[in-house]
Design a protein around this ligand. Structure first.
Ligand code: SF4
Length: 319
């Protein structure tokens, strides 16, 4: 498999007040392969969106590297940065606020085409119509405004906008969280279809494991700025090793009532602690029912337990 992006020891800290530091992303490393969907999951405040935005170059990293096609994106000059924005796009969570209400749908989709000077005149217009059709809308929609559309349709417009400049990598930042459950599957299916036909690579961010189950090839679970587990989807859903992943998975309702009997919801007590000046040791220790003495002293590192399944937990032994 060919690596498209290498995230190496990535850190993104924000200064809070005079002496405090919010460690939103703290030493996170992973690869993204060409043509795959990497899911990144965790509760709000775990750093997944900051991680996605730093990978996109929308935030300057505090430390570490994001290597795209062999080059660290934070070393790009102005021209290279513009080139990169043509390759990498982002779809935002909220289709209500991410589209300019004063622009027509055609103008919204055409913006990127104009910035990168891709098409002009009739060709530009045809490209916009084609994109609308690709996402399940039609050319009549080009002259209308975002408020005339439903949430699912607006997210389709957001997808068309991202596709307009023919990117190869898209960060999908919780693109279905704000939508009705009945619409979520349609948008996920559209993204899967587009990936197949256009060879796209996705970083798909979600706050719950059920949302990324059908789209991710591999999944990273984040907790308070760190990756606590990272595995192929098959391995993670079948055999979650970190207590936090186990709790997240147990919260997914199972449609089959026969399986329900065997599945018990594992509660996670308390709120996610503040990422400002975190305590030493395992970040999950304050909510973990298995916490031992060492957990409060030493931060467990992410180690491969077996065949591409990585976990950061003192309790899990390498087999
Ligand atoms: Fe729980 Fe300790 Fe494992 Fe952290 S390292 S998840 S506190 S058992």
């Amino acid at each position: 498999k060919e690596v498209l992006i290498q995230v190496k020891n990535l850190k993104k800290y924000f200064k809070v007040g005079r002496n405090s530091m919010l460690k939103a992303v703290d030493d996170v490393s992973f690869n993204i392969y060409k043509g795959e969907t990497l899911g990144l999951v965790g509760e709000s405040g775990c750093g997944k969106t900051t991680c996605g935005k730093t990978v996109m170059g929308l935030y300057e990293a505090t430390g570490g590297e994001v290597v795209y096609d062999g080059v660290d994106i934070h070393s790009f000059n102005h021209r290279e940065k513009k080139e990169f924005t043509k390759k990498a796009q982002i779809i935002f969570q909220d289709p209500y606020s991410s589209l300019n209400p004063r622009m027509t749908v055609g103008a919204i989709i055409g913006e990127g085409i104009d910035i990168h000077d891709l098409y002009k005149g009739k060709e530009r217009e045809e490209k916009i119509f084609e994109l609308l059709e690709t996402v399940g809308l039609n050319k009549e929609h080009a002259s209308r405004f975002p408020h005339e559309f439903s949430g699912g349709q607006r997210q389709r417009i957001g997808i068309a906008r991202a596709l307009a400049i023919e990117p190869e990598f898209i960060v999908c930042d919780e693109p279905i969280s704000a939508l009705d459950v009945s619409i979520q599957a349609q948008v996920v299916n559209l993204l899967i279809e587009l990936q197949k036909t256009r060879g796209l690579t996705y970083l798909f961010i979600a706050h719950d494991l059920s949302m990324i189950k059908h789209i991710s090839d591999r999944v990273g679970v984040m907790y308070l700025g760190s990756l606590v587990e990272f595995a192929t989807s098959g391995s993670l859903y079948k055999n979650p090793l970190h207590p936090y992943t186990q709790a997240l998975l147990s919260a997914i309702p199972i449609p089959d009532p026969n399986e329900e009997k065997e599945k018990k919801r594992i509660p996670i007590d308390g709120e996610i602690p503040s990422p400002i000046n975190p305590l030493p040791g395992c970040r999950f220790a304050s909510r973990c029912k298995y916490a031992m003495e060492i957990c409060n002293k030493e931060m467990p590192s992410l180690v491969e337990v077996y065949n591409q399944h990585f976990v950061a937990c003192h309790m899990v032994k390498k087999s």
